[in-house]
Design a protein. Structure first.
Length: 601
């Protein structure tokens, strides 16, 4: 077995083992069906609790809150991206839908619902208020059950903000002004006027609450879903399962994690494609809190602003923002770069290979903007990657070509040395050194493809821009596997192929995985089949093993692999021709079929 073939087999087997391990650790996701989170009255009461420092407001039961909500008004939300309403009960944002995103691929399916009011399955909402301190009583400040009145505005749009007002009838007048931009960012200004004859002490807060653990891609470790927060320079990600393991905090009255942010930070919940985030002004110190109430099964993220003393005749205010929407890369990047939200782009889960995933997606996004089609952009990205790696690939292919030239000399060495393996290795190394050939260089391009492959897999899986992205014909979602199937002759037979939950799914190969297997097989035919039977068997099976392994991967990833194989074939063929070797692809294919026919007979 010559060293060139050894290296190629080593690299191929390594790739096979890595991808197999990847599939075992990170199997293709099966979305969990929606489940309602049953919330008891006690749990709902805990869910309405505002920050525990220094004194929590009183709580209302789910039944009370639901009944109260039915008896108070709502303010409609209508923007180019969002629809929903604000409840005057607590002034809570608890009804929000994303106009441009559907639950399923069909445009006839429901649009995505992000926020839901208390009493509905998986209730999810934002609350704001003031925590009293000193001699200020709990009833002096607005809380989750406060009924606000509308002072200004009838509908929240990017052009028409709204202002809510509450008078405690003891000299304090509170206002909450809410505005929204054309994307997903709300601005909330909380203010208080003190017309009483005494100084009041209080601290503004913001809360995001989720009743019960939401529907997630459970056990899919490549994706983070749960709490994400920036604490100055540190980004923290906490899964829902880890939230339930937080230490119990007596002061909080729940399992909690409390961090003090000195200058820059934000906190919220991140889902696969959607996110809600509480964002104080850049440079603002605040307390960042994650809470989980065991007896309530309610998760909370909170921002607690510094306590303020409001003297008689004085006023105080604080402005914070709330991101509630889709994790669009360009939109989130603009909030970071143009509005100063520190490291907001890292709210997207770029993973361990962030130094590759970030630039890969940036190039992919740019190509999509130029071409106007994400599938062709993936092929364009493949060309860019191959161009960047071409110097290494060229060196590798040249080394492989020289190895072929040295084949007669290598055979002579084997004949002279006989069974003396040490002598064979010694003379081989001397030959490589004198001819300036590195037998291991053939592995390098293949090994470099592994982190790039994983990074692109991460990009395609986590980024919203690939979701429901059309390429050509039947490929309408590049983030999902090829929907065609050989089991129903690609739609010619009148029955549906087995779904991903079936054991037969691995046999349900689409057009793209089959093309992938053929492209790998043809790439092998640039060289004659190895004479060694073991090598020949490995080479014969490898394309088809990869075809089945990648059959249930995202279509976008398979498109990349096909494009990569095709470009590699062209590069290798051209370089081999330039060094005087004319690959007999057709002849090698015919030899394969002849050998199979002979073996069969």
């Amino acid at each position: 077995m010559d060293d060139q073939n050894k290296n190629l087999i080593l690299a191929t087997v390594l790739s096979f083992l890595v991808i197999t391990g990847w599939m075992i650790l990170f199997p293709p996701a099966e979305p969990v069906g929606e489940t309602g989170a049953a919330v008891t009255e006690q749990a709902a009461g805990q869910g309405q609790l505002a920050p525990a420092a220094p004194v929590p407001p009183s709580a209302a039961t789910t039944t009370d809150v639901t009944q109260q909500q039915a008896n108070v008004g709502r303010i409609k939300i209508d923007t180019p991206e969002l629809s929903g309403s604000i409840s005057l009960l607590g002034g809570r944002l608890d009804d929000l839908k994303l106009k441009d995103y559907h639950v399923e691929l069909s445009k006839e399916s429901d649009i995505v619902t992000l926020l839901r009011p208390t009493g509905e399955p998986e209730a999810y909402y934002a609350l704001y208020g003031w925590t009293p301190g000193g001699q200020t009583a709990l009833e002096d400040v607005p809380g989750p059950s406060t009924i606000w009145t509308v002072e200004k505005g009838v509908k929240l749009t990017p052009e028409t903000p709204v202002t809510l007002r509450w008078d405690n009838n003891s000299g304090l007048i509170f206002r909450r002004s809410i505005s929204v931009d054309e994307n997903f960012m709300f601005t909330i200004n909380q203010s208080v006027e003190n017309a009483s004859d005494k100084t009041h002490r209080m601290a503004p807060y913001g809360v995001l609450a989720r009743h019960g653990e939401p529907t997630t891609l459970k056990g899919f470790f490549i994706l983070h879903e749960g709490v994400v927060r920036q604490v100055d320079a540190e980004l923290e990600e906490t899964d829902y399962s880890d939230l339930t393991d937080l230490s119990y905090d007596e002061r909080e009255g729940a399992r909690a994690s409390v961090s003090q942010v000195e200058e820059n930070g934000w906190i919220g919940f991140t889902d696969h494609y959607w996110m809600t985030t509480l964002i104080p002004e850049p440079g603002q110190a605040f307390t960042s809190v994650v809470r989980y109430a065991d007896n309530a099964d309610i998760y909370q993220t909170q921002i607690r602003m510094p306590t303020q003393d409001v003297a008689p005749g004085a006023s105080a205010s604080v402005e914070t923002r709330l991101f509630a929407g889709a994790k669009e890369w360009e939109t989130i990047r603009a909030y970071q770069n143009d509005e100063g939200i520190y490291r907001f782009i890292d709210s997207i889960d770029w993973g361990w290979f962030f130094f590759l995933t970030k630039p890969i997606f940036a190039v992919l996004h740019w190509l999509n903007g130029v071409i106007g089609n994400m599938g062709w952009a993936i092929i364009g990205l493949t060309l860019v990657i191959k161009a960047v790696l071409f110097p290494l690939a060229y060196k590798s292919y040249v080394s492989m070509a020289k190895m072929k030239e040295l084949q007669p000399e290598m055979e002579k060495i084997k004949e002279r040395a006989g069974d003396d393996r040490a002598k064979v290795q010694q003379e081989m190394m001397e030959l490589y050194k004198s001819e300036k050939v590195n037998p291991a260089s053939g592995c390098l391009p293949i090994l470099l493809q592994i982190p790039i492959f994983f990074s692109l897999y991460k990009v395609i899986f986590v980024t919203l821009e690939l979701r429901h992205a059309h390429w050509i014909g039947w490929i309408n979602d590049l983030s999902a596997p090829d929907p065609s199937s050989i089991l129903n002759l690609f739609g010619l037979l009148p029955y549906a192929p087995p779904g991903p939950e079936s054991l037969l799914a691995i046999l349900s190969l689409g057009v793209l995985p089959i093309i992938l297997g053929i492209s790998m097989w043809l790439q092998q035919k640039l060289n004659p089949a190895p004479t060694d039977a073991t090598q020949a068997m490995i080479f014969a099976w490898m394309p088809w093993v990869f075809m089945f392994m990648l059959g249930q991967f995202a279509s976008g990833l398979v498109v990349y692999w096909i494009a990569n194989n095709t470009i590699t074939f062209i590069q290798q063929y051209t370089i081999m021709r330039s060094h005087g070797h004319k690959p007999d692809v057709l002849g090698n294919v015919l030899k394969t079929f002849k050998r199979k026919s002979k073996d069969a007979s």
